[in-house]
Ligand binder design. Structure first.
Ligand code: C2E
Ligand code: MG
Ligand code: MG
Ligand code: MG
Length: 279
């Protein structure tokens, strides 16, 4: 409580009056410890990529999305929403982002060698995209991995596009000339400006899972899903529905003309290659 916090701060010999809950203190310390250990997560091989399939209307896997996981020695499995924001605040995201790209490209290479060249989509953070040398970073990773660049897809979100659209356009165009494709993730949750669709080399819209979740019963969500699919079709974009969990959702989405589907109904994010033996 506030009284208790004031008592503590006086006891610690500070003049400032500030309030915190004991629980907040604990959370902050955990956050600092997480941030500290995140710096070594790559070198200690604690990061892993899981892969979630995207399927067509026949249910066939047509591509995968790479989703990062952190296996922390003390806290166990940590999902991206609990550490990507930390990484974004500390610039660690750039190093992590390069690791993700490199690892996903290695997986694409394995697919190519196996004769099953399926594309893999990688999520990109705003901080990565705004790096001056973003194009060079991505293209050198792609070139060094020896993959067909058409098999790499980058997922960006509307929320990262509000600054310096012209600069972003130049970068995305340069990468798309190499063959890399772009999808707009979580579509509908940011400023869904049609300028992005007009000016950026985006080929796929991903309908955010929050609209798919209850569109069978919520009329507004249904209207939004219908509108996004219709718009995507008239702009000749592919459209992916995220978070498809039920057969009825899948069927309804198909009847609305959605062409790609992703969600627990078809597969959860999972490791693709067997884990390396531990020393
Ligand atoms: P996202 O890119 O929109 O990914 C979709 C999220 O929805 C994933 O959560 C996925 O596991 C989850 N999901 C997929 N299908 C279903 C479903 O049917 N039901 C439900 N309830 N959830 C489903 P995840 O893996 O926890 O990732 C969360 C977010 O973290 C991602 O959202 C993405 O924005 C970010 N992220 C993940 N990996 C990376 C990465 O390597 N780099 C960056 N910068 N961000 C990443
Ligand atoms: Mg994504
Ligand atoms: Mg998404
Ligand atoms: Mg989402």
């Amino acid at each position: 409580s506030a009284d208790l916090a004031m008592y503590h701060s006086k006891e610690m010999g500070r003049n400032q009056l500030y309030f915190f809950e004991p629980g907040m203190h604990k959370t902050l310390r955990k956050k600092q410890r997480l941030e500290q250990s995140l710096k070594q997560a790559i070198s200690k091989q604690q990061l892993k990529l899981f892969y979630q399939p995207k399927v067509n209307s026949q249910g066939q896997i047509v591509s995968y999305e790479a989703l990062i996981r952190w296996f922390h020695p003390e806290f166990g499995l940590i999902t991206p929403n609990d550490f990507i924001p930390l990484a974004e605040n500390s610039y660690l995201i750039n190093e992590i982002g390069e690791w993700v790209l490199t690892t996903a490209c290695q997986q694409i290479r394995v697919f190519q060698q196996q004769g099953t060249p399926l594309p893999i989509a990688v999520n990109v953070s705003e901080r990565q995209l705004v790096q001056k040398n973003f194009v060079e970073i991505v293209s050198s990773i792609v070139q060094n991995s020896g993959i067909d660049p058409h098999l790499l897809e980058l997922e960006i979100t509307e929320s990262m596009l509000n600054e310096d659209l012209e600069n972003t356009r130049i970068k995305l165009l340069a990468l798309s000339k190499l063959g890399i494709t772009f999808s707009l993730d979580d579509f509908g949750t940011g400023y869904s400006s049609l300028i992005y669709l007009k000016n950026l080399p985006i080929t796929v819209l991903k309908i955010d899972r929050s609209f798919v979740h209850e569109f069978l019963t919520q009329e507004t969500d249904l209207a939004i899903v219908k509108t996004i699919i219709a718009m995507a079709k008239s702009l000749s974009l592919h459209v992916v529905a995220e978070g498809v969990e039920q057969q009825e959702q899948f069927e309804m989405l198909m009847s609305l003309g959605c062409d790609l589907f992703q969600g627990y109904l078809f597969g959860k994010p999972e490791p693709l290659t067997p884990p390396e033996p531990t020393e």
